[in-house]
Write a protein that binds this ligand. Structure first.
Ligand code: FES
Length: 140
């Protein structure tokens, strides 16, 4: 169970905003590593939404997880600009990972400095094989 006081603080920090659900979910994901069913219930009640509405948003966005992730995640951009800058060759050369989950993401908004990846909230640009391998090794 997540820290109820921290959850209440996160909800209170965003409740008066227009469209508070996504900022709340981002903060919950960052604080707890996932958005549990109990948290969904609490958020729904606080925002006067149904659990189905909150659950629908959680399940729609890949950034939100309904259970803790067992492996650290590296999100590798495989959209067009990063493809043009060689991300597919980098991805193909990565050793098979059992300790790090490599997810595909489509555009991190840094197209001119790709290939790019994101770990947590941190962006990593101008990747080459050595940089990408070092990133993965640092997570493993
Ligand atoms: S295509 Fe990779 S950051 Fe935009």
């Amino acid at each position: 169970m997540e820290d109820a006081a921290e959850l209440a603080r996160i909800i209170a920090a965003h409740a008066s905003r227009e469209g508070p659900l996504l900022p709340i979910l981002h903060d919950v994901q960052a604080a707890f590593g996932h958005v549990s069913e109990a948290t969904i219930r609490t958020i729904a009640q606080a925002l006067n939404l149904t659990r189905a509405e909150v659950h629908g948003v959680v399940s729609f966005y890949h950034d939100f997880h309904d259970h803790p992730q067992s492996r650290p995640v590296l999100k590798l951009c495989r959209a067009e600009s990063c493809q043009a800058r060689g991300v597919e060759a980098l991805a193909a050369a990565l050793p098979v990972q059992d300790r790090v989950k490599i997810e595909t993401i489509y555009c991190l908004g840094l197209c001119s400095v790709g290939p790019n990846a994101m770990v947590g909230d941190r962006l990593h640009a101008r990747l080459d094989a050595a940089k990408l391998n070092a990133l993965v090794e640092a997570l493993a």
